[in-house]
Design a binder for this molecule. Structure first.
Ligand code: GCU
Length: 422
C-alpha cells in the first residue's frame, strides 16, 4: 500500500456517503476562481497588540510564540510533552536491505515510568556505504514499513494515460529509494498504528491513552488532535536519531504527503530541530490558505476529520475570517529554515493556488530574518519549480507523491544543505 491508496480520496468518499450534511457541503465545493471571494489575511508581522514586528528579535521573542500559541489553541490542539522516560528497542537485529545499499532497523518506542506501553514503531534505512553521518528524510507513512522495499514514490501518471500498475509503482519506488540512498540520505517512516490510528473512534487509543489524556467523546478542545500526535511522533523519532552516530540529526528533513504533509508542517513549525520541511499536496489545514473558498474548506475538513484537530477549530467552519491565524503563518513559523510546498494541477481539492499564496505570504518573515524566500510573486506554470529558501512547484497530474516530486526535493535539499548548513 502506498500513501495514495492508504490516504486517497476513498476516505472522503466514504465520509460523503455516510454523512448527508457533509455530502451537501461537498456538493457545494467551489472550483471557480472568480467565486473565491475577498479576504484579509492576518499579518504575520503584526503583534496582537497592534505593534509591527520590525526586527528578528521581535519576531523570535514576541510574534513567533504568539502565532505558535494560536495554532495550538485554535487549530491543532496542544503539543504533547516529551515523556520523561522512554526506551527505543530494536524489534530485530539491523539487517542489510536494498541489495546491500542500506541497513534497515525497525524500532519500537516504549514509554516507561508512570505510564507504560508501546508508543509507536518506525523503520529506518541508512545508507550502508556512508563515510559521514547521514542526513535523513523522515515522515509519517513515507513508505509502508511492512514491505521489504520502501516505496517512497508512485509512478507519475501523465495526463490522459492510464493509472500506473502496482509493478510500475514498485519500480518507481525502488528507483527513488535507491537515488535517495545513493545521494547519502537515510529514510525513516513512522507507523501510526500505536501512535494514533487514523480513525475518529480510535485515535485516542494510542499515545493519548498511554499518557492518560484520552477522553470520552470525540474531540477535546485542549488536547492534541491526531495530526498533533503524529507530529509528536516525528519529534520522538528525532530524539532517537539524535542518539545515533551514523545520523546527522541536525539535517533531518521532515516530509509528508497530503494529511501527512499537514503533519510535517506542524511538526517543523513546533520543533525547531527539523532542518527542512516538505509538504506535498498538503491542502486544507496544511499549506493552503483557509480563507480562500476553493476546494476543501475548514467547514468540510472539520466535519469529515474533526479528530485531526483540536476541538476549537470546528467553531471557525463558517466564520473563517475570525480565525486569528492562517496557513501562511504556519509556514512562517518554520523560518528561517528552508521549506518546500508542492501542489499538483489536478489536485484542485487541495487548492494549488492557495498553497502557492501561503508560501508567498510567508516570505516577509523569511526576509525579515534575512533568509531569502520564494523569489517570485506569481504561481509558476506546471512543472517549473521555483524558489530559494521557500521552494514551490506545481506538478502536472494528480494528488500523489511522485518520482518527479522527489527529484525536486532531492535537488532542493542538496542545495540547502550545501550552502546553508554547517
Ligand atoms: C482527504 C482530506 C484531505 C487530505 C487527504 C489525504 O481528501 O479531505 O484534507 O489531505 O484526504 O490525506 O489524502
Amino acid at each position: 500500500m502506498n500513501a495514495k491508496t492508504m490516504f486517497g480520496c476513498s476516505t472522503l468518499l466514504l465520509w460523503i456517503f455516510l454523512s448527508r450534511p457533509l455530502a451537501a457541503l461537498a456538493a457545494e465545493v467551489n472550483y471557480d476562481e472568480a467565486k473565491v471571494g475577498n479576504y484579509t489575511l492576518p499579518d504575520p508581522l503584526r503583534l496582537e497588540d497592534g505593534r509591527w514586528v520590525t526586527n528578528a528579535s521581535m519576531w523570535l521573542r514576541l510574534r513567533r510564540p504568539e502565532i505558535l500559541e494560536q495554532f495550538q489553541r485554535e487549530v491543532y490542539g496542544r503539543f504533547l510533552p516529551r515523556p520523561a522516560e522512554v526506551r527505543f528497542l530494536p524489534m530485530q537485529e539491523p539487517k542489510p536491505a536494498l541489495e546491500g545499499r542500506a541497513i534497515r532497523r525497525d524500532i519500537q518506542m516504549e514509554i516507561t515510568g508512570a505510564f507504560q506501553g508501546t508508543a509507536m514503531t518506525f523503520t529506518l534505512y541508512l545508507p550502508s556505504n556512508a563515510n559521514k553521518p547521514a542526513p535523513i528524510f523522515l515522515g509519517v507513512h513515507l513508505f509502508d514499513t511492512a514491505r521489504e522495499y520502501p516505496l517512497p514514490a508512485v509512478a507519475r501518471r501523465l495526463p490522459g494515460s492510464k493509472r500506473p500498475t502496482e509493478a510500475e509503482n514498485v519500480a518507481s519506488g525502488r528507483q527513488v529509494a535507491n537515488q535517495i540512498l545513493e545521494r547519502g540520505y537515510g529514510l525513516a517512516s513512522v507507523n501510526i498504528q500505536h501512535l494514533a490510528p487514523d480513525s475518529a473512534t480510535n485515535y485516542q487509543s494510542g499515545v493519548l491513552r498511554l499518557l492518560g489524556r484520552a477522553r470520552e467523546g470525540v474531540v477535546s478542545p485542549d488536547e492534541s488532535g491526531a495530526l498533533g500526535v503524529w507530529a509528536w511522533g516525528l519529534s520522538r523519532v528525532l530524539d532517537y536519531l539524535e542518539t545515533l552516530p551514523e545520523v546527522n540529526a541536525r539535517r533531518v528533513v521532515v516530509i509528508g504527503h497530503s494529511r501527512m504533509g499537514k503533519t510535517a508542517l506542524w511538526a517543523a513549525a513546533h520543533d525547531e530541530r527539523f532542518a527542512i520541511a516538505i509538504a506535498n499536496c498538503s491542502g486544507c489545514a496544511g499549506a493552503a490558505l483557509s480563507r480562500r473558498n476553493y476546494g476543501e474548506t475548514l467547514a468540510i475538513i472539520t466535519q469529515a476529520f474533526p479528530f485531526w484537530f483540536g476541538g476549537r477549530l470546528a467553531a471557525y467552519a463558517n466564520r473563517v475570517d475570525a480565525l486569528p491565524v492562517d496557513q501562511h503563518e504556519l509556514i512562517a513559523l518554520i523560518a528561517p529554515r528552508p521549506v518546500y510546498i508542492a501542489s499538483a494541477v489536478e489536485d484542485r481539492w487541495a487548492d494549488p493556488k492557495g498553497e502557492f499564496l501561503a508560501a508567498w505570504h510567508a516570505e516577509p518573515v523569511y526576509q525579515l530574518l534575512n533568509a531569502g524566500g520564494l523569489g517570485v510573486a506569481t504561481q509558476p506554470a506546471a512543472d517549473h519549480p521555483v524558489g530559494d529558501t521557500i521552494g514551490y512547484h506545481l506538478r502536472s497530474g494528480q494528488h500523489d507523491l511522485t518520482d518527479y516530486d522527489w527529484q525536486q526535493y532531492l535537488h532542493f535539499v542538496d542545495r540547502q544543505f550545501g550552502r546553508l548548513m554547517p
